[in-house]
Write a protein that binds this ligand. Structure first.
Ligand code: BGC
Length: 301
């Protein structure tokens, strides 16, 4: 079932199955709540207006390029593109005033499917290409599936993700447990820009079996399989499946009020950060005539 609430500044769609209810608003197609067996599993602000001031990107669909692009520039087909930086000299999550500040167009496709679409103009924050992008949310049983799509009229880079944070248990997420199917992670410099070195998942980065998170992470893991990770948070398990090549694991270190530091963790399926500057990595390049497609499934148990 899909219901629509138009009483706030942004319309809210609630997509329900027998087992869960997912609330999404039209601002950046943000997930504001996931209610599974009586537990609120995802972080969300109390009112839709609160999303106007959301430096932690809570719940948002971020893009055009999720995560960081070093020096806010890249070269594509021999041409250098200068992006608008929004974190020192680098760009994070598509830059300032990107589509995360915009109202997306919602379309109810069936009784458990809603698509949200946005237009990103050529030159926005420095990116080439007029783009149409969308995310389609499907709620089936205890699974929330996101299908991302995108098309461009000029060669560009495209790498969206979802910035939901989870914490069904409450308290610090460092007490929850995590398993990640990755054998390497990306080394970063002190501005969190990848150095180009892939590090083996050993020691603190070994999540090959479920174990307490224990410390802060804000790192990109290179996935070995579509079964990206499983988190155990009290009596709720959350697993992520995706066809994207990597996943940022962020323990919400800088989350502000009302959530607080470590008040939620994000498991963001994505291309490698800064991959427009690393031709040796999976390519985020999208060309006219191509249709970008990727998916992320969050399964609750
Ligand atoms: C990044 C963090 C950043 C957070 C909020 C995450 O995807 O990895 O470094 O603080 O988003 O912007």
């Amino acid at each position: 079932m899909v219901t629509k609430d138009t009483s706030g500044k942004y319309d809210k769609y609630v997509i329900s199955s027998d087992e869960m209810q997912v609330s999404v608003i039209t601002l950046s197609a943000a997930v504001t709540d996931i209610l599974f067996k009586g537990k609120h599993c995802a972080l969300g602000f109390d009112s839709v207006e609160d999303y106007d001031d959301n430096p932690g990107y809570v719940g948002l669909v971020v893009g055009r390029y999720a995560n960081r692009i070093g020096g806010a520039k890249f070269t594509l087909e021999g041409k250098e593109y200068k992006l608008v930086p929004n974190e020192g000299k680098n760009q994070l999550h598509g830059g300032p005033d990107s589509w995360v500040k915009r109202v997306w167009q919602a379309e109810v496709l069936s009784d458990n499917v809603v698509r949200f679409s946005v237009f990103a103009p050529d030159g926005e924050n420095g990116f080439p290409g007029n783009m149409n992008a969308s995310v389609t949310y499907t709620v089936t049983g205890s699974t929330l599936r996101l299908d991302f799509e995108g098309e461009t009229d000029a060669p560009t880079v495209f790498a969206p993700t979802t910035h939901m944070y989870f914490n069904p248990k409450g308290g610090s997420v460092l007490e929850s447990s995590m398993k990640i199917n990755a054998s390497s992670w990306l080394q970063v410099d002190d501005e969190l820009i990848p150095t180009g070195v892939l590090m083996p998942c050993e020691g603190n980065f070994d999540f090959s079996s479920l174990r307490r998170i224990a410390k802060d992470y804000d790192h990109c893991f290179v996935l070995d399989s579509q079964d990206a990770c499983t988190a155990e948070c009290g009596d709720v398990k959350i697993s992520l499946k995706t066809d994207l090549p990597a996943m940022q694991f962020y323990t919400g270190t800088h989350l502000g009020e009302p959530f607080g530091a470590n008040g939620g963790f994000a498991i963001e399926p994505e291309f490698y950060p800064d991959s427009p500057n690393h031709p040796e990595w999976p390519s985020p390049v999208l060309r006219p005539g191509e249709k970008f497609r990727c998916f992320a499934e969050y399964i609750f148990e």
